[in-house]
Design a protein around this ligand. Sequence first.
Ligand SMILES: [Zn+2]
Length: 297
Amino acid sequence: MKDTLQRFLFEEANVRGELVQLEESWRAVLERHDYPEPVRQMLGEALVAATLLAATMKFNGSITLQVRGDGPISLLVADCSPDFQPGEDQPAYQIRGMASWQGEVPKGDLASRFGTGHLVITIDPGKGGKRYQGVVALAGESLAEAIDDYLERSEQLPTRMWLAVAGEQAAGMLLQRLPGGDSEEEDWQRLSALAGTITGQELLALPGEQLLHRLFHEEDRRQFAPQQVSFSCHCSRERIAAALRGMGREEVKDMLAEKGKIEASCQFCNQHYHFDVVDVEQIFAAEISPQGSDRRH
Ligand SMILES: [Zn+2]
């Protein structure tokens, strides 16, 4: 079963784990832009990582993982939003992502793809909550290593992440030592060593149940029902209008005078929006949100 997030728990050892396997949702991201292979690799890994990180959220917010650099890939964004339905204690997850790059992107370590970069993780609790943002210099050989390092420093929780991408499949696993309890260092070491025997091929291809059995069949563990992950973009005409409002009346009128209409596309889902003279008047006339003229090409 693909496009799921599966949580598991080693209660005795006080260690939690998660497994994410994406296919349809990842394909939906790939269909919208023609990314070169080394960019796809990073974007797939980032989407899986964002989903792994979102699993501890208990509210309908979002977690965004961003990498900014001065190298061939200048920006990578992956976000995951838990979607709790009334009465359900486990959410479904919505993901989206995009990347900007210039020229030839080499394969290789993080530095060769991103140059000097930063990893930015933003947790937005939604509806009036306070946004939290953490920024660290991008370091390590892989995105998984960079995120492990970030988590260990920011949450003080030993964490290990494994990520794999091949073609239209992307997958990952996370193991984290929980605070408190009377867990032993030895348990954490043993479980991470077992998890570390996973191969990228197994992560991508084995069904979740089988994979966890293969790694941890001698360990006392609890498995939770897999949660659905799907592609979804929450862009809207109102958000684009708000961005235009932020640019200021003069600049927007100049753009309009030049081209006759204003066109904008969502970088995540490629949805096109356009605004004509009347729409622009409305944007600046009052605090009412403009309606109509949505168009999908
Ligand atoms: Zn969109």
